[in-house]
Design a protein around this ligand. Structure first.
Ligand code: GLY
Ligand code: MN
Ligand code: MN
Length: 442
């Protein structure tokens, strides 16, 4: 993206954040928004630090993910301020001097020790809404995370600004580079670990920079929803490959899943194609005004059709949903909001004043129960899996007779299928953010 476009988009994004912050502060009865970037955490009884994870409330304002012990200060009516920690340190690489399109919008105070931040924070700590972790407390400035302020900001973070969407598209492009390299590595016979390394190399990100741990699953491992073991030896034969892997760009996440079959003419490939077609059909339901709880249930009905078409389950889609049989094969939520966090906040928020929208009964893993609205970016990730634990329970239950167990046994060695894209909800048709990135790279 040309810098001039980015500059314009970022300025508009910041204006939205300022407006949101003004309302959030008014609701909480505070004068200043103060956000520490967070600091390093150390392992117990050890001097080794964990990978640093920036406070999402901080990176919402700034494309800065590696400046621990820094602060954002916003007082309505004033220019926002960044207290930028750039220590004198010859043990580590320190953050570079502030640069980038954000710098022209902020007053910037560079500090050399964390304690120096104190002189740059608003004088009256009691008038500050301080959003951060307890460990960030400095002098009299301890994070208070006022509920009214947090509820308001988190609720509205579901609606992405054009800057955020442009940034998320960049994250998609990076992740797609990794996915293409990963498929090549699978087809060349690599192990899960080898595929993971090929993925990181192509994305240009180390595991700790990715927005979540890569799921690289060959054969039966595809049935473990969050399989992160990374086997060091390739199985023989490698029949199938499920990869759920993302990338980060300026603090924003991509979250993409693809599934591949070694045999392009086999039945597992046909099942992948059917799930893929169903996923695209489901994507058409990502429309403003649609209740996401309903979309999730509609996805069950559509996947139940696939189970029936492939002779795996002999039940009407409605009966498969009703009896929980569809959940045995699709045991997770259809999707979740995504942005600064791979599982974005406020998925259940009833309003910007709090409250919680319950999940549909029998669907404990759904992460989004809100009505879809323009600006939301939500993953679309249906799947069908052959999970021993769930199949054993199904076999013991009253619906055992509705399942063709020979068909289940035939698919079990392939693990499972998930296809995951990000979809932007608009005033009109849904906009898939992931598929154009694959098309562009092809
Ligand atoms: N990668 C985790 C998820 O898809 O939600
Ligand atoms: Mn995923
Ligand atoms: Mn996801």
């Amino acid at each position: 993206m040309p810098t001039s476009d980015l500059r314009t988009l970022y300025a508009a994004h910041l204006a939205v954040l300022e407006t949101r912050a003004q309302e959030a502060l008014a609701r909480g009865g505070f004068d200043h928004l103060v956000v520490p970037s967070g600091s390093l955490h150390y392992q117990l009884f050890d001097d080794r630090d964990y990978p640093y994870a920036v406070n999402p409330q901080f990176k919402a304002w700034l494309p800065l993910t590696q400046v621990p012990d820094s602060w954002l200060v916003y007082t309505p009516g004033d220019r926002p301020k960044v207290v930028y920690h750039q220590p004198f340190d010859y043990w580590h690489v320190v953050p570079e001097a502030p640069s980038g399109v954000w710098t022209e919008h902020f007053d910037i105070a560079v500090i050399r020790t964390p304690e120096e931040a104190l002189q740059h924070l608003p004088k009256n700590a009691a008038r500050c809404a301080i959003l951060g972790e307890a460990q960030s407390a400095l002098g009299g400035y301890a994070p208070n995370n006022p509920q009214a302020v947090v509820d308001y900001l988190e609720y509205h973070r579901a609606y992405k600004t054009p800057y955020e969407i442009a940034t998320m598209r960049q994250a998609q492009r990076k992740a797609v580079r990794g996915h293409r390299a990963a498929e090549r590595a699978f087809r060349a016979g690599a192990s899960e670990f080898g595929i993971h390394l090929a993925y990181c190399q192509a994305v240009g990100q180390d595991a700790v920079e990715l927005p979540y741990r890569n799921i690289v699953a060959l054969n039966e491992h595809g049935a473990v929803l969050h399989y992160t073991e990374l086997g060091r030896l390739p199985p023989k034969p490698a029949r199938s490959f499920l990869i759920d892997a993302g990338a980060s760009h300026h603090g924003y996440a991509a979250d993409i899943t693809r599934t591949y079959a070694a045999d392009a003419n086999g039945e597992f490939q046909a099942l992948i194609d059917a799930v893929d077609a169903t996923q695209q059909k489901i994507g058409q339901l990502y429309r403003a005004g649609n209740d996401y709880k309903r979309v999730h249930l509609d996805a069950h009905l559509l996947l139940a059709c696939v189970l029936k078409d492939f002779g795996i389950v002999d039940l009407s889609p409605e009966a498969a949903l009703e009896t929980g049989v569809s959940s045995a094969f699709f045991p997770h939520g259809l999707g979740h909001g995504i942005g600064l966090q791979v599982h974005d906040v406020a998925g259940f928020a009833e309003s910007d004043r709090g409250g919680k929208i319950a999940k549909p009964e029998g669907h404990p893993y759904l992460r989004l129960t809100r009505v879809l609205e323009p600006g939301m970016v939500v993953t679309n990730e249906p799947g069908l899996y052959f999970v021993d634990l769930l199949l054993d329970a199904l076999k013991q239950g009253p619906q055992a007779g509705a399942v063709n167990w020979d068909r289940v046994e035939a698919f079990r060695p392939y693990g499972g299928i998930r296809i995951e894209d990000e979809v932007l909800v608009t005033d009109g048709d849904p906009v898939n953010l992931t598929r154009p990135a694959f098309a562009e790279a092809a």
